[in-house]
Write a protein that binds this ligand. Structure first.
Ligand SMILES: Cc1cc2nc3c(=O)[nH]c(=O)nc-3n(C[C@H](O)[C@H](O)[C@H](O)COP(=O)(O)OP(=O)(O)OC[C@H]3O[C@@H](n4cnc5c(N)ncnc54)[C@H](O)[C@@H]3O)c2cc1C
Length: 251
């Protein structure tokens, strides 16, 4: 048996991200690809401490410092090492997840709606002529190395569920690091630095929460009150402790 959720949707996150980047570029956003952030530079102290610049290194190995009015840290699991030297300790740990994508051989033998296999904690999505299964959580630091045993588990389960559907001999495996917080509630909002903001720690639901989080952090950076009632992080002088959650928790 199973439950049918008519409002459930699935999609190709790579297509979505590329499409969104194109729209943003059209609107004037300048992306610096293949560029690493090495550190945040600070100025001032106490309540008046701010970020004066961000040090980056480009693909040719050249360092440069960029200046801005406001800085938003949105590096998922990697937000932790960037912020630690500034005395901001985030409870985010990388939880590695896997996906496998297969070419569909028999369209009628493959599911057309998104499925959750609760017994094995796997999610199956139809992406046109491909079928993708995703799941598992491995705690193994920041490496995205693929563990062959975990990969095999995905393919074995798919062979069991939909034996005729796909070309299981040529899987495309991928892994990613979910930026997990203990409650799966992300850090969105202010920090103790006046012009430094957080939009990170989205755990298992970064795509689902991405657009809403983006809108909320844009409001916060612009000094507006976000529409949603959420436990945004607040500056220490507005809350009792650094990074205290202001307002109600989203659960
Ligand atoms: C197998 C799997 C399945 C998932 N399925 C779903 C799903 O169905 N729905 C859903 O909503 N979510 C899902 N998620 C979760 C989702 O992928 C994450 O929540 C989301 O990717 C977090 O987005 P992010 O941009 O905050 O962090 P990330 O995706 O981790 O991106 C951080 C980026 O920062 C870059 N970066 C890191 N350090 C630096 C640096 N020093 N300088 C420059 N750049 C840097 C990284 O290269 C990376 O591109 C899934 C995750 C996995 C692993």
């Amino acid at each position: 048996g199973g439950d049918f959720t008519a409002t459930d949707e699935s999609g190709d996150v790579c297509k979505f991200a590329k499409g969104l980047a194109d729209k943003a570029a059209e609107a004037g956003v300048n992306f610096l690809f293949n560029t690493g952030i090495t550190r945040l530079l600070t100025t001032g102290a106490g309540d008046s401490a701010t970020i004066s610049g961000v040090e980056i290194i480009n693909a040719e190995g050249r360092h440069q410092v960029l200046h801005a009015d406001a800085f938003v840290v949105a590096l998922g699991s990697f937000s932790v090492p960037l912020l630690k030297p500034l005395g901001i300790d985030l409870m985010i740990y990388p939880g590695k997840g896997y996906s496998a994508t297969y070419r569909i051989l028999d369209p009628d033998a493959a599911p057309s709606v998104s499925l959750t296999d609760d017994a094995c904690k796997l999610v199956v999505s139809r992406l046109g002529d491909r079928l993708r299964v995703a799941g598992t959580c491995e705690f193994n630091g920041y490496t995205r190395e693929l563990n062959p045993t975990r990969c095999d588990i995905l393919t074995r389960r798919m062979r069991d569920l939909f034996p005729q559907a796909c070309d299981y001999d040529n899987p495309e495996y991928w892994s990613g690091l979910r930026p997990l917080t203990p409650s799966n509630v992300p850090y969105i909002g202010e920090t103790k630095f006046g012009n430094l903001f957080l939009n990170t720690g989205h755990g298992t639901l970064g795509w689902t929460m991405g657009c809403g989080s983006g809108r909320a952090i844009a409001d916060i950076v612009s000094g507006r009150k976000p529409e949603v009632d959420f436990a945004f992080t607040a500056r220490p002088h507005r809350a009792s402790a650094p990074l205290a959650r202001a307002g109600k928790s989203a659960g």
